[in-house]
Design a protein around this ligand. Structure first.
Ligand code: NDP
Ligand code: ZN
Length: 378
């Protein structure tokens, strides 16, 4: 008997409910977890909360691997708790609904991104920006205040239970195997492009051309912008042009920067490691805007000096975290309608395959997003 089942039995005894009844209510799940900081993946069995009246239970078909998963697994944003099942780019089929659920029925396709609950009442929630709710429950490794404070576990698993309002509808005709990364990489880039009001003819820079960056390029091109990509090597030059970028800057080649100072209306940084943000600030036009979404490890966190903000004055720098649920649905509908999808490499639901994918993300060898085919889990 594993520790989770023991806990269910203990809770059941304390609450006077028979162990059998309670065990039936909680949803058994299996997936892949790391058991220690920077550890490798291992099979993991656990249970999820029972399906409440307003919840949907989803059988997970696909789970994307985001660089944020690597930051979490490696405790790069602060000490984490283990075992940890990462994964916040989730697509699957609804296999159960609570009695009050109105927007999903069994058999529907649904997506889950980075969050699974929030307070619904604070100014952020009222403004449909649940990601900024102080009580937001993240899809994994967040203590779920609304469900006994249990630790959430993510999408590298076979099923998940979420509040109906945190599941999005997958539009008819979507290429299912490519949809999962839209739930994080898609919305995280779509949202600041919209917030900044990027429009036809704008000059847009995309710094960091990976999972997020290649989505940013596609959205900016679709909005009619002229796009320049910044990345660290020569290897992705061809892909940038294939996705519609007009220029590619290898940041290790000083000559590539010629003529770029003061030339961009908008720059988005998706860079996951140390860099100097001031070098991008000076490439903004007057009144230009820079959105920061890449979040490097805390011990390598870049800073920006007041002097560079003042001497490059009247440019705006803002941070942005994913996007609200309503905007996530809008982004999904927009992406499918316009044929905007990530480039994905499918991998098997196997611990060694996930380890290997992590190594390739770190080495810059991924083009551009790994998606785990959860249906292949043994
Ligand atoms: P990827 O690893 O897929 O892509 C990052 C890209 O940036 C790679 O192409 C990498 O090149 C490139 N890069 C690295 N260093 C530099 C540099 N100094 N200058 C230019 N390019 C560079 O990561 P993701 O796209 O999945 O995630 C990016 C970041 O965004 C992560 O920090 C992640 O945690 C964060 N994130 C933030 C969210 C938010 O809500 N704000 C949501 C989701 C993710 P190479 O691989 O060759 O090293
Ligand atoms: Zn992510």
């Amino acid at each position: 008997m594993n520790i989770n089942i023991l806990m269910v039995v203990a809770c059941a005894l304390l609450s006077g409910v028979s162990a059998d009844e309670n065990r039936q209510e909680r949803v058994p799940a299996k997936g892949f977890a790391v058991y220690e900081e920077k550890g490798s993946f291992q099979p993991f069995e656990f249970t999820r909360r029972a399906v409440g009246d307003g919840d949907v239970q989803i059988e997970i078909l696909y789970a994307g691997i985001c660089h944020s998963d690597l930051h979490h697994v490696r405790s790069e944003w602060g000490k984490e708790e283990y075992p940890m099942v990462p994964g916040h780019e989730i697509v699957g089929r609804v296999v159960g609904v609570g009695k009050d659920v109105t927007s999903f029925k069994v058999g529907d396709m649904a997506g889950v991104g980075c969050m699974v609950d929030s307070c619904s009442e604070c100014p952020a929630c009222v403004a449909h920006k649940e990601q900024y709710c102080k009580d937001v429950v993240l899809t994994y490794h967040s203590h779920d205040r609304f469900h006994g404070n249990e630790l959430t576990q993510g999408g590298y698993s076979d099923r998940i239970v979420v509040a109906e309002k945190f599941a999005v509808k997958i539009p008819q005709g979507a290429h299912l195997e490519k949809v999962a990364p839209l739930l994080c990489a898609g919305i995280t880039t779509y949202s600041p492009l919209r917030y900044a009001g990027v429009k036809k003819g704008d000059k847009v820079g995309v710094a960091g051309f990976g999972g997020l960056g290649h989505m940013a390029v596609q959205y900016a091109v679709a909005l009619g912008a002229e796009v320049t990509v910044f990345d660290v090597s020569e290897e992705k030059r061809g892909a940038a042009s294939e996705l519609g970028a007009v220029r590619y800057v290898n940041v290790n080649k000083p000559s590539d920067f010629q003529g770029l100072d003061g030339s961009f209306d908008f720059i988005i940084s998706t860079i996951p490691s140390g860099y100097d943000p001031a070098m991008y600030l000076k490439m903004l036009k007057m009144d230009g805007q820079m959105a920061i979404v890449g979040l490097p490890a805390f011990d390598k966190m870049p800073t920006i000096s007041l002097a560079s903000l003042i001497f490059q004055g009247n440019r705006k720098v803002f941070g942005s975290q994913i996007g609200g649920i309503r905007e996530t649905q809008e982004m999904l509908d927009y992406s499918v309608e316009n044929g905007i999808y990530p480039w994905v490499e499918m991998i098997e639901a196997d611990a060694a395959a996930i380890d290997e994918a992590y190594r390739k993300v770190l080495d810059g060898a991924v083009k551009f997003r790994y998606v785990i085919d959860m249906k292949t889990m043994k």
